[in-house]
Design a protein around this ligand. Structure first.
Ligand SMILES: Nc1nc(=O)c2c([nH]1)NC[C@@H]1CN(c3ccc(C(=O)N[C@@H](CCC(=O)O)C(=O)O)cc3)CN21
Ligand SMILES: CC(C)C(=O)C(=O)O
Length: 198
């Protein structure tokens, strides 16, 4: 697939996201590139950010490959729109974008709710977690856990010492492990796992 008109990867050298082909001369350079890409065998062309009349002119003169436009008017063979723009999630959108919805605010609210639920450990709930038969978990906990090589705290940076202390407090110590197991397994109800149920 060829790409003609505005090529965003060149925005630094052309001075920004600037509409292309606004003069007859520059539009004919774009048409020339389109014809050479057609001859080179592209299966389609993406034509980006040109006046609508230039999009129509190029579509009329490039007969053997479809022209997919973005900001190139309605006379081309197809359209592309960045989905975040169409859904109204992008804060700012170019002139050629139609925002078919305004999901930005509700997306932000949803993501903030997710972050709060994770931090409070409300999410994931028991219903949103996989369960294990109590006897299987007891068998797991009764097995000796291979110990990592002894660490010399004086040789560790402060941040590493803190991180390993946090992991130990939350998962490795028996008391904390019990709390975790109760949270997952519930009171007395034993739930069978979905596969290998005995
Ligand atoms: N979210 C998103 N949607 C896009 O469509 C998009 C991107 N990002 N990033 C890469 C390029 C940038 N795009 C653009 C952005 C702005 C214009 C535009 O209207 N340019 C104005 C000048 C704007 C200015 O001066 O800052 C022009 O008249 O040339 C065109 C294409 C399209 N592409
Ligand atoms: C907007 C799309 C088509 C694009 O050119 C890009 O992001 O590179």
């Amino acid at each position: 697939m060829g790409h003609i008109g505005l090529m965003p990867q060149r925005s630094s050298s052309i001075g920004g996201f600037i509409v292309q082909g606004r003069s007859g001369k520059s539009a004919s350079v774009i048409l020339d590139a389109a014809l050479r890409l057609q001859d080179a065998g592209v299966f389609a062309l993406l034509l980006e950010a040109v006046p609508g009349v230039v999009g129509r002119h190029i579509a009329e003169n490039v007969r053997n490959v479809p022209i997919i436009g973005i900001g190139a008017g309605s006379a081309v063979g197809g359209q592309v729109l960045v989905v975040n723009d169409a859904l109204g999630i992008s804060p700012k959108t170019p002139k050629f974008v139609r925002r078919f919805a305004e999901f930005g605010e509700s997306a932000q609210t949803a993501i903030e709710s997710y972050v709060a639920a994770v931090k409070s450990r409300d999410f994931p709930s028991k219903e949103e977690s996989y369960l294990m038969p109590r006897d299987q978990f007891q068998s797991l906990r009764s097995q000796a856990v291979p110990q990592p090589p002894a660490e010399n705290p004086t040789e560790l940076p402060e941040s590493n010492t803190k991180a390993s202390t946090t992991v130990e407090a939350s998962t490795a110590k028996p008391a904390a492990g019990n709390l975790l197991a109760q949270a997952i397994l519930g009171e007395d109800t034993i739930h069978e796992p979905p596969v290998h149920a005995s």
